[in-house]
Design a protein around this ligand. Structure first.
Ligand code: HEC
Ligand code: HEC
Ligand code: HEC
Ligand code: HEC
Ligand code: HEC
Length: 173
């Protein structure tokens, strides 16, 4: 019969304790805060009425870890001239100065969580709406994280459903 050696056991236990304590501390340090975006971007208009694909603005989702926020060059294709509407005038102002619009990313897990868009979008062939349930109907930009993607349980329940990994170290690196 195989005996578990004490040093191995201690090393295993302390690694697990380190992970759990470390993650709990990381979580306690986060503070929720509502963000004011620099331009009042409307997803429902651009996705619903203008009928742009998600990939037109978040083109890295299929190939990279991050989906990314759009470059001003995308907006400038349609919004470069002057406008008397303040939000549009802001956009063409950024375009004319060749500056990026400083949108703030709000859906971001703490640094100990590893999430890759490429794995989910390309390998598992999921549509954006499976996780970002409400964005296509949102008339206002994000000020807080998406309620649909907040907890570890949300990741775990879909992983259980698809038979994907439940290993701590797959998601915590
Ligand atoms: C394919 C063309 C297209 C692209 C690309 C595009 N838009 Fe628009 N956008 C539109 C149209 C069409 C409207 C509606 C204009 C109207 O109501 O007269 C609009 C409206 C807007 C408005 C005005 C909303 C209001 O109520 O005044 C803002 C702000 C805006 N877009 C921001 C952006 C930003 C930021 C980007 C880049 C991330 C972008 N748009 C990319 C076509 C586009
Ligand atoms: C015309 C460009 C455009 C299109 C098309 C577009 N988005 Fe966006 N998206 C933006 C901009 C600009 C922001 C940053 C402002 C905001 O939060 O709304 C953003 C933000 C987001 C965010 C939040 C990022 C964060 O702060 O965490 C998600 C999620 C997102 N988009 C998903 C989608 C999905 C899914 C689709 C397709 C249904 C889509 N977007 C279509 C321009 C676009
Ligand atoms: C399996 C769930 C899932 C799917 C499918 C998914 N996302 Fe995400 N998305 C997330 C999570 C989780 C985050 C937060 C990522 C982080 O903390 O780094 C996120 C963040 C984002 C952001 C913020 C910026 C960034 O790069 O992280 C954008 C924009 C976004 N997603 C767009 C999309 C688009 C567009 C699609 C479809 C092509 C898509 N997502 C598909 C879960 C998903
Ligand atoms: C809607 C379902 C769904 C959600 C929600 C989801 N995942 Fe996944 N995830 C999958 C599937 C399916 C795979 C297997 C992809 C493949 O390899 O084909 C996967 C694979 C992964 C992998 C790669 C594992 C490996 O084999 O290397 C990681 C890491 C991961 N997911 C992290 C996350 C995190 C973190 C979250 C929550 C923020 C999350 N996932 C939410 C369905 C989901
Ligand atoms: C499929 C991905 C995934 C797997 C597998 C996973 N986690 Fe997580 N975990 C997350 C995400 C995402 C968060 C961040 C949730 C948040 O910020 O609200 C998180 C947060 C945590 C936290 C911080 C406190 C909390 O409850 O939010 C701890 C501790 C933790 N995980 C431990 C573990 C342990 C131990 C395992 C293995 C039994 C594990 N995780 C497996 C995705 C995962």
């Amino acid at each position: 019969m195989e005996r578990i050696r004490l040093p191995t056991l201690i090393a295993g236990l302390s690694a697990a304790t380190f992970l759990v304590v470390g993650l709990a501390v990381a979580r306690a340090c986060e503070g929720p805060a509502a963000v004011v975006q620099p331009v009042a971007f409307d997803h429902s208009l651009h996705v619903g009425d203008v009928q742009l694909e998600c990939a037109a603005c978040h083109g890295s989702a299929g190939t990279n870890r991050h989906a990314g926020l759009p470059s001003i060059r995308v907006c400038a294709q349609c919004h470069s001239g002057p406008s008397d509407r303040p939000e549009l005038a802001k956009v063409s102002g950024y375009a004319a100065r060749g500056e990026q619009i400083p949108f703030v990313q709000v859906n971001r897990y703490p640094g100990h969580v590893y999430f890759s868009h490429r794995v989910h979008v390309s390998l598992a062939e999921m549509s954006c709406g499976e996780c970002h349930v409400d964005v296509a109907r949102m008339p206002r930009p994000y000020s807080r994280p998406d309620a649909s993607m907040q907890s570890m349980e949300d990741c775990m329940s879909c992983h259980t459903q698809y038979g994907a990994t439940l290993e701590c170290l797959a998601c915590h690196q």
